[in-house]
Design a protein around this ligand. Structure first.
Ligand SMILES: Cc1ncc(COP(=O)(O)O)c(C=O)c1O
Length: 377
C-alpha cells in the first residue's frame, strides 16, 4: 500500500515523554511486577473508577478495547444453556471493523443494521423495525451493540427502556468515549486506550461493567478463567494489561487536565468556524463539553466529497472517511445478514473526518476551513 506523507494528517498523537514516565518505570523497577493485575494496573483501575463514577471493582483494565468487547459477549453465551446454538448480536454497519470482529471472535453471528441519519448511531427504533421483520428467531438475539461514532454520547436512557422491554442485553462500544462516557442502568461499556484515542497508552482498554460481580467475572476472563484459588473454571483468554502499558496510561492521566484545556480551546475555535458554514456541519454530539479524538463532519452534497478529498490532498491535508463505507462491505463480512442500510450508504458519501489533534495549530485549522468553504454547497 502506498503511504502518503501529508503535511497535515488526520491525527497526530503524542504519548507521554520519558520525563513523565520515569516515576512509573521506577516503580516497576522496584516492584519487580510486570503483569497479572499489578500495582500500576490497580492504580489505573482506581483512578478510572473515580473518573467514571463507578465502584472500583466495576472497572476492568484490559489489553485492548476489542478483547473487552469479546469477553463481555463470551460471558453472555456462557449463560445460555445450549452454547452450541447460533446466537446473534446486532450492530450498526457504520463502525470500525473491531466491533464486528469482537462479535465473531466471541462466537456470535453479527447482523448489520442502519444508523439514524442525524446522529450516525444505531437506535432502539431501528432495532425494533428489524425485530418486527422477523428475519431471525428473536430468542437467538442475545445482544445489541450500540456504537458511539468517534465519541459522541449515546442516548442510554432509550437503550435502558429497550432492554427492559425486549430483554436483550446491551453491550456498548464506546471505544472513543474516554471523556464523554456516562453510566447507564443496564449494559456494559468498553472504552479503548489505543494511541489514537483521546487518552491513550499504545494498546489498552477499559470495561466499565454494571456490577461488581460482572467486573470480577471479566477479570477472570482476561486471566484464563482462573479464580483466586488458581482454579481455571472456564475457558478465558489472555486480555491483561502489562504494567508498562499501565505506566503510560497513568502518565497520560497526569497530564490530562492540562492537555484538556488546550484541546478544548482548539475545539471551540474549530466549532465557531464550522458553525458559520451553511451546508457543512459537525456530526451531532460534537460539542465542547468533552475532548474529541477525531472530528467527523457531514457535507450536504454527496457529489462534493471526492473532490474535497482531492483538493485537500493537493494542499498536503488528509481528509478521509475513517470508517469507510460500512463494515458489511468487507470480503469477510459479506456472508452476514444486513438490513436496510440507507443512511449508512448516505454516510459513505457525506461523512468525512478532517484533521484534529492537540497540536494542530490555529493556522492549520484556518487552512482546513478555507478549503471547506469552497465545498459549503
Ligand atoms: C468503534 C471502535 N470499536 C472498537 C475499537 C477497538 O479498540 P482497540 O483498538 O483498543 O482494540 C476501535 C478502535 O479504534 C473503534 O474505533
Amino acid at each position: 500500500m502506498k503511504t502518503i506523507n501529508y503535511s497535515l494528517p488526520l491525527r497526530k498523537v503524542k504519548l507521554p515523554i520519558l520525563d513523565n514516565l520515569k516515576k512509573y518505570i521506577n516503580q516497576i523497577d522496584q516492584n519487580l511486577i510486570y503483569s497479572n493485575n499489578g500495582p500500576l494496573v490497580k492504580s489505573l483501575q482506581k483512578l478510572l473508577s473515580e473518573k467514571f463514577f463507578v465502584n472500583y471493582e466495576n472497572i476492568v483494565i484490559t489489553s485492548s478495547g476489542t478483547i473487552g468487547l469479546e469477553i463481555i459477549l463470551k460471558n453472555l453465551i456462557r449463560q445460555k444453556q445450549n452454547q452450541i446454538d447460533e446466537y446473534y448480536c446486532l450492530l450498526p454497519s457504520f463502525t470500525f471493523v473491531a466491533s464486528a470482529m469482537a462479535i465473531i471472535n466471541a462466537g456470535l453471528t453479527p447482523i448489520f443494521l442502519d444508523i439514524e441519519f442525524e446522529t450516525g448511531q444505531l437506535t432502539p427504533k431501528i432495532v425494533e423495525r428489524f425485530l418486527s421483520e422477523k428475519k431471525v428467531n428473536q430468542n437467538k438475539i442475545i445482544a445489541v451493540m450500540p456504537v458511539s461514532p468517534f465519541g459522541a454520547e449515546i442516548n442510554k436512557e432509550n437503550w435502558d427502556i429497550f432492554k427492559l422491554k425486549h430483554k436483550i442485553d446491551i453491550v456498548y462500544d464506546e471505544a472513543w468515549c474516554f471523556d464523554s462516557f456516562k453510566k447507564s442502568k443496564f449494559g456494559n461499556s468498553v472504552i479503548s486506550l489505543h494511541a489514537t484515542k483521546s487518552l491513550g497508552c499504545g494498546e489498552g482498554g477499559v470495561i466499565i461493567s454494571n456490577s461488581k460481580e460482572e467486573g470480577n467475572k471479566f477479570r477472570r476472563f482476561i486471566n484464563f478463567g482462573f479464580d483466586q484459588n488458581k482454579n481455571s473454571e472456564f475457558v478465558g483468554t489472555n486480555g491483561k494489561m502489562s504494567e508498562y502499558s499501565a505506566a503510560v496510561a497513568l502518565a497520560s492521566l497526569d497530564i490530562w487536565e492540562k492537555n484538556k484545556q488546550e484541546i478544548l480551546n482548539k475545539q471551540s475555535y474549530y466549532l465557531k468556524k464550522i458553525n458559520a458554514f451553511s451546508n457543512i456541519h459537525v456530526l451531532a454530539g460534537f460539542n465542547n463539553k468533552w475532548v474529541w479524538g477525531a472530528l467527523p463532519i457531514i457535507l450536504n452534497n454527496s457529489k462534493e466529497l471526492s473532490k474535497l478529498i482531492k483538493t485537500a490532498k493537493l494542499h498536503g491535508i488528509e481528509m478521509r472517511n475513517w470508517w469507510g463505507p460500512g463494515v458489511h462491505r468487507f470480503p469477510w463480512s459479506k456472508q452476514y445478514m444486513s438490513s436496510n442500510l440507507v443512511n449508512t450508504d448516505k454516510y459513505s458519501n457525506k461523512l468525512i473526518n478532517i484533521p484534529f489533534f492537540q497540536e494542530i495549530s490555529f493556522d492549520n485549522i484556518n487552512k482546513v476551513c478555507e478549503i471547506l468553504k469552497n465545498f459549503d454547497v
